[in-house]
Design a protein around this ligand. Structure first.
Ligand SMILES: C[S@@+](CC[C@H](N)C(=O)[O-])C[C@H]1O[C@@H](n2cnc3c(N)ncnc32)[C@H](O)[C@@H]1O
Length: 226
């Protein structure tokens, strides 16, 4: 399948025009207008009924599995993990950001159940793996050859802003209240803190995760050195 098969919205192709959003209040596109395109990745139900999913226009009318398969061909080398001992509401947002920055996988450490609301369905396009214990997670990460990088404010934390993040790594976040567990702290090759300037002790885990993932993107996609 090729990216070029999907016309940009409004572009003329084979005499047809890809439908435009029908209203400013409804995302997505209506039924396909004109002869249906050929290719295994097109979803007949979406072509017939329209595609209201929260996906890039490039993926309009694509089968769900085809989108995931295409993302899998270009996922980044970093993983993210978050501890989940008390049903942290940040997890959905972390998953959504991991999808946006194309993390290899998201890891939930602790309870299996997490509140999907903030994920805005992005978890359907993201590989999410569960580890019941920190020990299980650490074993898995070491087996994969990933550097475990804890993100939290510890006395021995180094500054994220000046730390040269390794390419193959898993960035681990704690939860509201307790923060990163001592077990993860001990297992991590480094723990990094995000410099703050105001009066609050910390930012929320989802914000910290967005900043840390973007630091990896700047380092390894844009080649910026700290
Ligand atoms: C609200 S914080 C937990 C409380 C925090 N340990 C404290 O001492 O106040 C939740 C998570 O967000 C992340 N976090 C928040 N602020 C951070 C910062 N300035 N630097 C690095 N991580 C941060 C960490 O992963 C942390 O475990």
């Amino acid at each position: 399948m090729s990216h070029d098969q999907t016309p940009a919205p409004g572009a003329e192709e084979n005499g047809t025009t890809t439908p435009q959003p029908e209203s400013t209040h409804q995302i997505g596109v209506g039924p396909w207008d004109g002869p249906w395109p050929e290719g295994d990745h097109w979803d007949e139900d979406l072509l017939r009924e329209g595609d209201r999913r929260n996906v890039l226009d490039h993926y309009r009318y694509w089968k769900h599995d085809a989108i995931v398969a295409e993302l899998d061909t270009r996922r980044h080398a970093f993983h993210v993990a978050i501890e989940n001992w008390q049903h942290d509401l940040n997890i959905g947002t972390v998953v959504r950001t991991a999808n946006a920055f194309l993390a290899a996988e998201v890891h939930i450490i602790g309870r299996r159940r997490w509140n999907r609301r903030g994920a805005m369905v992005t978890d359907k396009y993201q590989h999410v793996r569960h580890h019941s214990t920190v020990e299980e997670f650490v074993q898995w990460a070491r087996g994969e050859g990933l550097a475990i990088i804890g993100i939290d404010i510890f006395p021995d934390s180094q500054q994220l802003e000046t730390y040269d993040l390794p390419r193959e790594c898993v960035l681990v976040f704690g939860q509201e209240g307790p923060g990163l567990s001592e077990e993860v702290h001990r297992a991590a090759g480094a723990t990094l803190s995000i410099e703050q300037f105001g009066s609050t002790r910390s930012i929320n885990a989802a914000s910290a995760a967005g900043i840390a993932m973007h630091a990896w993107i700047r380092r390894h996609v844009f080649g910026q050195h700290p």
